[in-house]
Design a protein around this ligand. Sequence first.
Ligand code: G3H
Length: 541
Amino acid sequence: MAAIADLDRIYPTFDEIPDEFRLESPLEQTDYLLDGEIRHWQGPVQKVHSPVCIVEPDGLARHYIGSFPLMGQTEALAALDAAVHAYDNGRGLWPTMPVAKRIEHVQEFAWRMKEQRDRVVKLLMWEIGKSLTDSRKEFDRTLDYIKDTIDALKDLDRVSSRFVFEQGIIGQIRRAPLGVALCMGPYNYPLNETFTTLIPALIMGNTVVLKPPRHGILLFQPLLEAFRAAFPAGVVNTLYGAGRSVTPPLMASGKVDILAFIGSSKAGDVLQKTHPKPHRLRVTLGLEAKNPAIILPDADLGLAVDECIAGCLSFNGQRCTAIKIIFVHEKVAERFLQLFSAAIGALKSGMPWKPGVAITPLPEEDKPGYLGELVANAVQQGAQVINEGGGSVNGSFFYPALVYPVNEHMRLYHEEQFGPVVPVLPFADPETPIRYMVDSPYGQQVSLFGRDASSLAALIDPLVNQVCRVNINSQCQRGPDIFPFTGRKDSAVGTLSVSDALRAFSIRTLVAAKDQDVNKELLSTIVRERRSNFLSTDFIL
Ligand code: G3H
């Protein structure tokens, strides 16, 4: 097959990289944002190599694309202090600013961010190997998320711009910030998922320490000036370095009020436990998942294969919402595997800028080896790699492997592979996949494929209590962003949608008074003379 035959020639020489996609030079990123100033780091740095390898005279090498500051505890605490100072126990400029003004700052940031689209998209491609199309989508979706967040906050604020009269009490109820947020996104959506917590945290009046993920750091550099110019000093502070060195001191200080983290439950648990007063900590976590697809005997197999290909292999399977295990009814298993195998063969492999490319190199250095181990473990125990060339490796590139039949003794049954390996199991009784989900430590989503209403309904009812989204005849996914995105068990803490996120990063607080003339007069004066930003009936149009 053409796709696999080209594997040896998948990487370019430097001269073969199209001009428009080349990085002019490595980005030696020494800038960081602290307390409203862009500072220049002079300490140790971490070199960044792209998942994209280059053919060099002496062999293949991951392309060197730049470096970032390797900060330590001192710098971490300085970033935290700046955020604490800007919050000033809720008395700072930002947390007390009228909502309409905060919205203006966020809008200004969005305008400035938009100007950096090409630079950020290029860095996304080079840093994490995401295709050009998907990198552009990630950027544009993030801008849409900012716009939708602003609209949702306006709605929320309009509802709060009135007094409530109840049982002899007059009250005005609003949502207020919580304090300092530590925002950390994942490497697979370093921009989008970081911003889905950063933006709601900011717009609700919290101040932020932003720690980019392990891969996908340089792409924040073009945004530093936008952060600096759009927000008051100390409202956004950036922190770089190894998570294990810089984040524990932040949490141990007890000064972080919100932990917004997308990554592994192991790391999330450690961070949470490091806080001396966990009851003071608001936590929003996006964690592991092993979303199953269940193919019923009457499923439209063409559709099921298309959706499962997208679900399993978009961005090489590196999505928390990816379909990571497929249960196929034994009556249609053979046909499903044939179609799936052919569909993998039709996917384009190559460098992220190649038009129509689906499978690209992987950013984590140890990932091809890890995926190879999972496949070998399954094969040792009786499974086969069904598709031609499945599991072949060239440098950072891993060709997708369709593995069948997988069973409970294999690592692929249990581990979240987060890469282009597709484990498939046959089943005769729908109780088999239901049992899998009941026993699974994860509970994010499931995809059901079938045409019979009663068979689907018989699965929907038990499964809505196992996961937080049941997809019918379509892949698992987070969007649209106004839908709630969450999970049960070890898959998530808290819910993120555009409007839920505003709630996650704020707390309801109210001003109340007895319904007496003297109080009414007082409240009227405060509102009429605009003496308070909180107590106000201003309506944002
Ligand atoms: O990695 C997890 C992402 O939230 C998935 O989002 O389903 O839109 O790709 P997505």
